[in-house]
Every structure is written in structure tokens, then in C-alpha cells.
Design a protein around this ligand. Structure first.
Ligand code: F3S
Length: 75
């Protein structure tokens, strides 16, 4: 499972970071510091929740495990 982040689209809501600070670190200006990463085992749900929390939808999750795909979308 991978996370892809469209860094130029980040406007600094920091909601990703408030849910998963270790996965979604912020830079000194409060914008997302990562442009993507492989999700560590066991942190898939956290990565998903952080991605969904971004109002700008700049965080994309790829290769979602089947058990997470079955969770109905929120909002
Ligand atoms: Fe940026 Fe969205 Fe996080 S706007 S700081 S990627 S919640």
C-alpha cells in the first residue's frame, strides 16, 4: 500500500497530521512535508483516515487492501 501526495495542492489544513503525525509530517511552514511513502505494516487504516481527512484531497492511497475497501466511504 502506497500513499501519493500532491504537495503543491496542500494549503496547510494539517488535518492529515493531526490524525497521523508520524505518517504525515509538516514542514516549517505547516505544509505537508512528504510527497509519498510506502505505508508501514499495520498502519494502513491510519494512513487511510489521514488521507480522507484532507479537505483538498491531495493525499491518494493506492493498493488498498480488500478489508479496507469494504469500509463505506465517509462524508
Ligand atoms: Fe495539506 Fe491536506 Fe494535510 S491541505 S497539511 S495535506 S490535511
Amino acid at each position: 500500500m502506497k500513499v501519493l501526495i500532491n504537495k503543491p495542492g496542500c494549503v496547510g489544513h494539517a488535518r492529515c497530521n493531526s490524525i497521523a503525525p508520524a505518517l504525515y509530517p509538516l514542514d516549517d511552514n505547516g505544509y505537508i512535508a512528504s510527497s509519498g511513502f510506502s505505508v508501514p505494516a499495520g498502519q494502513e487504516g491510519l494512513a487511510q483516515r489521514g488521507a480522507r481527512a484532507c479537505p483538498e484531497r491531495v493525499i491518494e492511497v493506492r493498493d488498498t487492501p480488500a478489508e479496507l475497501r469494504q469500509v463505506p466511504p465517509r462524508g
